[in-house]
Design a protein around this ligand. Structure first.
Ligand SMILES: [Fe+2]
Length: 273
């Protein structure tokens, strides 16, 4: 179901905070450098937070604890993923989404599937675990839908040709971590085309879903069109999944795009779709 595009909802799976963590969650603000507070899984550096000293250390501890719990949850639910699972950034999203003003490309209130401009996925999947920890109980509201196939079919007719010179240059200037594959180019194009098209944003069918405080949900955000339209104080853990460990690779965006584009797309490990 997850690989088919479902959002798995655990309506009573809270992430319990200590009193000190609750105080820090209530006090946490952004330093203006990023839209979230996040922890690098390798360096354990925390960026985006205006917290300092002991409060910052408490926030880092909270993020590490959430990363550990989310990993246990995913490995427990999907044992077959364990071999191909890598733990990416952990984030805390303190700001009320409804009030946030951003550029259209960064506006996550618009339906989109996730694609990273500077980090080519080359066919690896983006799986995310979210938990709403708002101390006042405010729900997090998403719009979800349509299917990935409908989303892709809407915008693929205006897909530009591949641009190998540009992807080479971006890599050699250090603007991308590795080379963008054709898959990455298409996923970024779809992300931007969807967010730019306000008529499609208004007209496309999507469900309005509320994730209450104490909810946890898991979703392949590179596959399920989603928009976060309201809410604050959510935790999120990103995982990259090697396509070799998927149970139903034919449902992945790589396979769907290969079919719709009538082309063979390769992953970083040479698997084809
Ligand atoms: Fe997203």
């Amino acid at each position: 179901m997850l690989e088919g595009g479902a959002v798995l909802l655990f309506s009573a799976l809270p992430f319990l905070l200590t009193n000190a963590e609750t105080s820090v969650v209530c006090a946490a603000g952004l330093d203006g450098s990023a839209k979230n507070i996040s922890l690098d899984p390798v360096t354990h550096q925390c960026k985006g937070s205006s917290l300092t000293g002991a409060e910052l250390e408490t926030m880092i501890g909270l993020l590490k604890r959430f990363a550990s719990c989310a990993t246990t949850l995913v490995e427990g639910l999907f044992p077959a993923y364990a071999e191909g699972l890598s733990c990416a950034r952990t984030s805390f999203r303190p700001v009320e989404i409804a009030d946030r003003r951003t550029s259209w490309r960064q506006d996550d209130k618009r339906l989109h599937v996730d694609a990273f401009p500077s980090r080519p996925m080359q066919g690896r999947r983006i799986l995310r675990v979210f938990t709403n920890i708002d101390p006042d109980g405010a729900p997090r509201r998403w719009r979800i839908g349509p299917t990935f196939e409908a989303y892709a079919q809407q915008f693929l007719p205006s897909l530009p040709r591949a641009n190998p010179g540009k992807t080479w240059l971006l890599e050699h200037l250090g603007l991308t971590k590795g080379r963008r594959s054709r898959y990455d180019e298409i996923m970024l194009f779809l992300h931007d085309a969807a967010k730019r098209d306000l008529d499609w944003q208004r007209g496309t069918p999507a469900d309005d879903v509320k994730f209450g405080s104490g909810c946890t949900w898991i979703v392949f955000t590179d596959q399920v069109p989603h928009a976060a339209i309201a809410g604050r104080n959510a935790l999120e853990q990103t995982f990259y999944i090697d396509p070799a460990v998927l149970a139903r690779p034919e449902t992945a965006p790589l396979a769907i795009l290969g079919r719709l584009c009538g082309t063979v797309m390769t992953t970083s490990k040479g698997l084809t779709a």
